[in-house]
Structure formats: C-alpha cells, structure tokens
Design a protein around this ligand. Sequence first.
Ligand SMILES: CC(C)(COP(=O)(O)OP(=O)(O)OC[C@H]1O[C@@H](n2cnc3c(N)ncnc32)[C@H](O)[C@@H]1OP(=O)(O)O)[C@@H](O)C(=O)NCCC(=O)NCCS
Length: 276
Amino acid sequence: MPATKEGRVTKSKRAQRSSGSPARRVSSVAKSLPLVERTNALAIGDFISQYVPSLDVMRLQGKGADHAESTADKDSRERENNIQLDVYSTATLSGEDLEACLDLVELTSREDYSTSSAGWSRSKKRKEMKLPEMKYLILRNTTEKAELSGQRQCEPPGENKLENEEDTKSKILGFLSCMVTYEDGREVMYCYEIHLSHEARGRGLGGMLMIQMEEIGRRIGLEKCMLTVFRSNTRAREFYEKGGYQVDEYSPQPRRLRNGTIKEADYLILSKRLLP
Ligand SMILES: CC(C)(COP(=O)(O)OP(=O)(O)OC[C@H]1O[C@@H](n2cnc3c(N)ncnc32)[C@H](O)[C@@H]1OP(=O)(O)O)[C@@H](O)C(=O)NCCC(=O)NCCS
C-alpha cells in the first residue's frame, strides 16, 4: 500500500525545487544539504554505488558458509541465480516498466483499494509512482531472455531508457518502491509498494526485497523503515510481522463517531528500527 499522506513527500521540497540534472545539483549544493535531501539529490548511479548492496552479498548474508547443500537447496540456489535485481529512480525507469509495475499493483491490490476509503484510481496511483524521489527495486527472471535492457545493479544509468524496452516487459517478477523522506520529523525509508507476481510468491523473494531496502536505509544512516498496510491484507501483515515490523506510534488511532461507535482506520502504519 502507498504512503497515505501526500505531505510526506512535500517535506523534501528543497531537493525537488532544485534545477538542472541530478549530477549537477549534487556537485553544486549537495554538501550543504541535510541527509534526506542530499541522498535524493544523488544521481542514480551514485546512489547505487554508495548504498545498494550487491545481490551476492545479500545471498551470502542469508546462508551459513558451512551449510551442507541438499538437492532442494541446489534447486533453490539455481532458481535464485536466475533472478536479477535492477535499481532505478523514477527518471530512469522506463514507461514500459512503470506500466508493468502498475499492472502488478492493480492485479494484487485493486480490490483492497476499492473497498477502502481511499478507493482505486489507476491514474492517481501512476502519479504517486512517478514522484521524483521514488526508487524502484525490480526483480526479473533472467532465464526468459538473455539480453536485458534497463539498468542493472551497480551499472551507471543508461542514457536512452527507451532502448530495448520491448525486452523488459514480460520479465518483471515483482518490485518494491521506496523513498528516503521525513516522517513526523524523522529521517526514514518509506516503503511505498511491494508486489510480487503469483509465480514469485512464497519463494522468499519478498523478504529479499525488504532486506535489500532495509540495508540501503541502514547504509544511508536512516532511523527506521516505515510502510502502510491495509488492515484487511492479512497475508502482508503476517509477512511484515515476520520481518520485524510493528505498529508505529503514529499509526492512526480508532475514532469515536458521533453515534458513539468506534471506527478503526482501514490501514495501519508499521515500522522497524534500522539503527541500534
Ligand atoms: C506480501 C508479499 C510481498 C510477500 O512476499 P513473499 O515472497 O510471497 O513472502 P514469503 O511468504 O515467501 O516470505 C518471505 C520470507 O521473507 C521473510 N521476511 C519478510 N520480511 C522480512 C524482512 N523485513 N527481513 C527479513 N526477512 C523478512 C519472511 O520471514 C519469510 O521467511 P521464511 O520463508 O523463512 O518464512 C507477496 O505475497 C505479495 O506480493 N502479495 C500481494 C501484494 C501485497 O499485498 N503487497 C503488500 C502491500 S502492503
């Protein structure tokens, strides 16, 4: 589910208002900016090289070095080796990939939105997904096609993001979008979306995306990770709970209506501390 307050994004206006290319902005003003604005002013290539751990490092962290490998482990490792994680900013994400991500959101969550007070609007969701400071972690299955376009982890952003767009569309297994921002005065990583295709679920890939986002947040030096989840999305709530998320102090409190009934908000704000 997305962030619920649009104000969250407007708080980092200094970076948004700056003019010129991201790289130029960094060289001229970055040093004087606070952490959130400084991070958001980075060109995506610099963001990746400074903060994004390599997928191999993440895999090693998840497995004991002296772990004896069973056939099932081997199958799962082979499957994992066919997964590629690409990191983008809104500016470097192709229109095709954006629409593919939007399709996933619609497929997995349209019903939850429709029955909530927010309602579903594809155009509103697209607008939110195009917020300039959003980052995208996109999982692709590399077995489907050998050559990929877009921007691979730790590679500099491609100049021509339309190049080979045809090749990328069918390969998205899932994605996570997040933003370095302020929430109630704290410097946080806000997870806006995490959605996996049906075939990709239950294989630990969702957990891997969350770990990756959290590690980026830690490396940046952010205090916590936050996200918003529909109360009705029990699977996602269990998933977040397993990952160490708890109801945040700023999650909406139940409201007493005029007729005396208590009304719970249809979403919860969860968070996890990143710094000790
Ligand atoms: C919710 C969703 C992303 C979960 O992804 P998934 O890959 O199917 O999740 P899994 O059930 O395989 O669980 C992944 C593992 O990651 C672990 N994990 C989850 N979050 C973690 C975290 N932050 N840190 C470490 N581990 C984590 C879990 O403990 C689980 O470990 P286990 O396999 O040892 O039990 C996926 O089901 C989905 O896309 N649902 C539809 C869209 C949706 O509802 N999105 C949420 C919107 S708010």
